[in-house]
Design a protein around this ligand. Structure first.
Ligand SMILES: NC(=O)c1ccc[n+]([C@@H]2O[C@H](COP(=O)([O-])OP(=O)(O)OC[C@H]3O[C@@H](n4cnc5c(N)ncnc54)[C@H](O)[C@@H]3O)[C@@H](O)[C@H]2O)c1
Length: 400
């Protein structure tokens, strides 16, 4: 491993982080911020300055557990703190725009969880604010962390090197099963006013971003089907833990999609298919993507995230075929700072890598990727999918 940042002394300036929300993503981001400076040599030293939640006792406990120096109960107060340089937004989508706009107006850098917003209109305002803030030296990034799996970053590198040649197909599925039980409660993820959409904005946003990132080009249009299989569910009692929750008394309406299927066309003419569902019995977090080009193919499965499959179609047919690249070598993305070859990484490392990339972008004053503009583009695809589904799957161009 690289030498810990701490050994390099006090000349590395701090980057003081204030995080809003401390549950699933809050825990994952905390781990990223805590770990990144101890693994990678960084130009700024992340400091976990303050975390914000709405319940004073619970946020204090979360601060102690995850290593934050201070706890706040109002995100507006967190944003105004002099000891916060960057605001990390880990709340549901209905608060992303308000918090991000206030943080940018207060002169802070912003990291915002996906999807960027709940509507295209919100995402447009956020992107304009981010562009103006960039002129003042502030950066804004969206948390599409699946770009930061070493194997997907390697796939991007191989596509950019031209190893697949002209791209023909991108095939993506993101399958979970935590909604199969009709008695599972109505958490915020099932309410349109909080989540924006269902499987589509949650899982679909990830695979749209990943597909466009790996292909190196945007989608031009989509044709979609969405479905809500269970329309009424028990109300939730208490807090959500990860994806799990407890049912209380009474029921309420599910106002988002349970599953979204769509086909799409990239600007180059390559074809894509997407499937996002929370009803794929037995599939827990199965994000799978395959790209087929004229010179070869790549395939990745998040449930085997240290591996990338590669078929080189320029090899003689007699011994060509998919081979497994174990993505743990020091010259693979992010891996020079981690363990010896074969000692694999996991889900949480994507948040360490996300923090690393953002710290570098801030120190170097360059636009981070994915930017708010990238988040807006994903939002436009989400909106086009919903529009197409409402119109019996009519092909719907993506607005530019
Ligand atoms: N990148 C990923 O892989 C990934 C995975 C899960 C969720 N997400 C995204 O992260 C975001 C949060 O999801 P989650 O799973 O962490 O949700 P969660 O329910 O686990 O946590 C939400 C947190 O936000 C807090 N919160 C809500 N409103 C608040 C407010 N007004 N002020 C202060 N705190 C507030 C809640 O108290 C809670 O701590 C969503 O945008 C979601 O889509 C991303």
């Amino acid at each position: 491993m690289a030498q810990p940042q701490q050994s390099e002394g006090a000349e590395v300036p701090p980057l003081r982080v204030g995080m809003v929300g401390y549950a699933f993503m809050g825990a994952a981001h905390s781990q990223g911020w805590r770990t990144v400076g101890r693994v990678f040599d960084l130009p700024r030293r992340p400091v976990l300055a303050a975390v914000c939640g709405r319940d004073a006792d619970a946020v204090r406990r979360a601060a102690d557990r995850h290593g934050w120096a201070a706890a706040e109960t109002d995100w507006r107060v967190l944003i105004e703190r002099d000891d916060v340089d960057l605001v990390d937004i880990c709340t549901p989508g209905d608060s992303h725009a308000e918090i991000a706009l206030a943080a940018l107006a207060a002169g802070k850098h912003v990291l915002c969880e996906k999807p960027l917003a709940n509507t295209v209109e919100e995402a447009q305002v956020m992107t304009r604010a981010a562009e103006e803030a960039f002129e003042r030296g502030q950066l804004a990034m969206v948390g599409f962390n699946y770009r930061r799996v070493p194997a997907t970053a390697l796939a991007r590198r191989m596509v950019a090197e031209g190893r697949l040649g002209r791209l023909r197909h991108v095939r993506v599925t993101y399958l979970q099963d935590w909604l199969v039980d009709p008695q599972f409660p109505l958490t915020w993820r099932l309410r349109r006013e909080q989540a924006g959409s269902g499987s589509l904005g949650d899982l679909g946003a990830h695979i749209i971003d990943l597909a466009q990132y790996l292909a190196g080009e945007p989608l031009a249009g989509v044709s979609a089907l969405t479905e809500t299989f269970v329309r009424e569910r028990p109300l939730a009692e208490g807090t959500v833990k990860g994806l799990a929750a407890v049912s209380g008394t009474g029921t309420g309406q599910v106002t988002v999609d349970d599953a979204a299927l769509f086909t799409g066309r990239f600007t180059s003419g390559a074809l894509a298919s997407f499937e996002a569902t929370r009803y794929a019995t037995g599939r827990k977090n199965a994000l799978r993507i395959e790209l087929n080009g004229e010179h070869g193919s790549l395939a990745f499965d998040l449930e085997r995230l240290n591996e990338l499959s590669y078929h080189d179609a320029t090899e003689p047919a007699a011994h060509a075929g998919f081979r497994r690249i174990l993505v743990t070598e020091p010259d693979h993305p992010y891996l020079d700072a981690w363990w010896p070859p074969g000692h694999g990484l996991g889900y949480e490392h994507t948040f360490v890598h996300q923090a690393r990339d953002l710290v570098h972008a801030i120190a170097e004053g360059r636009r981070p990727e994915p930017s708010f503009a990238d988040g807006l583009q994903v939002q436009r695809v989400l909106a086009a999918v919903e529009e197409s589904a409402e119109k019996n799957s009519v092909y719907t161009p993506i607005a530019v």
